[in-house]
Write a protein that binds this ligand. Sequence first.
Ligand SMILES: *Cc1c(COP(=O)(O)O)cnc(C)c1O
Length: 456
Amino acid sequence: MTIGDDAAAALYGNRFLTQPAPATRFPDVGMSPVEAMRLVGEDLAMEGDPQRNLATFVTTWMEPEAQRIIAENLHRNFIDHAEYPISAEIEQRCVRMLADLFHAPGATAGCRTQGSSEAIMLGALSLKWKWRERRTAAGEPVDRPNLVFGGDVHVVWEKFCRYFDVEPRIIPLAENKYTIGPDDVEAHLDENTIGVVAVLGTTFTGHMDDVVGINELLLRVKQERSLDIPLHVDAASGGFVWPFLYPESAWDFRLEQVRSINVSGHKYGLVYPGIGWLVFRTESDLAKDLVFYENYLGKTDATFTLNFSTGASMVLAQYYNFVRLGRQGYTYVMMQMQENARALALHLEKSGRFEVIGSDLEQLPLVAFRLARAQAYDESDIAWQLSAERGWMVPAYTLPPNAQHVKILRALVKETLSREQVERLARDVDDACTTLDQKGGAHEKERQQVKQGTGY
Ligand SMILES: *Cc1c(COP(=O)(O)O)cnc(C)c1O
């Protein structure tokens, strides 16, 4: 018998273990289900463990009952509204619940999306179309639309501008200024501004733009210059945090110029990827031209999406979370994460090595921190050492212009990061720094480049 013996391989299985994984050509012949399953499994074994991934905002754990709903509905195509009207109704229940959570004044329009990225593309397209309607009605040209936002936004906003031919007017950040407010926005507004974007819970430090101030500015501009510029809130992360941790803080439809909001169900909505939501203030904030009607599936249906077919599971899982947790449950989970984030922040500050960024402000449950003093190593070295020693994935990154010389480490403190793990992480960070104190950093070249920008 040899390892290449087909009969023996068929009997004992696992032929893939002695061969490279098919990777370039479409395979001529297949393999048994067990072999295929094990091949994929062995490949993934070398990948990061989601439980130790403190880089992602996206949900890495759901209850077994929710997992069961997901698993039992994987064969249900959400877009088949005629065949699966209950799934469609459950989506609309979620939209109505979100509109209520975000203080919409009355009937709204909204939909599920693949994530905030799709919600943002659709929301921003509606801004562009509504602007064009206003301009056309006034007999004004429609060839130079622009969109105003800060450097603290997610990359999807620049993507939108490039994909859909809108001029981005990006407000730069600065050292110790990682969000934007009305004074930054005002100079960029004109009759071609399709909207202003404010972020609730930035990707970089977890803080919010001054939505209240920007709303007041837009109200003043409406009165003084007769320009009715809508405000879109990118609440991808913050939309499920602020209503529960900071219910008195106004950022949503309580503010008159806020016309649309996106939120990621798969972030603090606590659902696995991919689900997001787009909610308009009123039905008339959705540009009617963007809604398409078809009857392929036997019944006339209106669609407002960039994708068509997609699973219903995550919509059902979102509804499960809403009814399972309610306001009280979400508040409990958010407070638990916040308490653990504060415990981690305290440990890091007490070590004397780190400065924690903006933990006294309204913030997502995360810890953004940087070295308090220049060392022989930097934040990237710490991230690398932490991963090498313990498998923690804590990203180090530079902030957007003009704060690009600021390097930050960021740890998301999610539902499954227990106090025990928080304390272990704090010790592991300390151990990683002790190792680096002795051996120096591994990223000398990169550090020199960063240092040249700062002079620190
Ligand atoms: C994550 C995020 C996005 C993109 O959302 P996805 O749900 O990943 O598509 C957009 N904006 C902000 C502020 C985000 O945090």
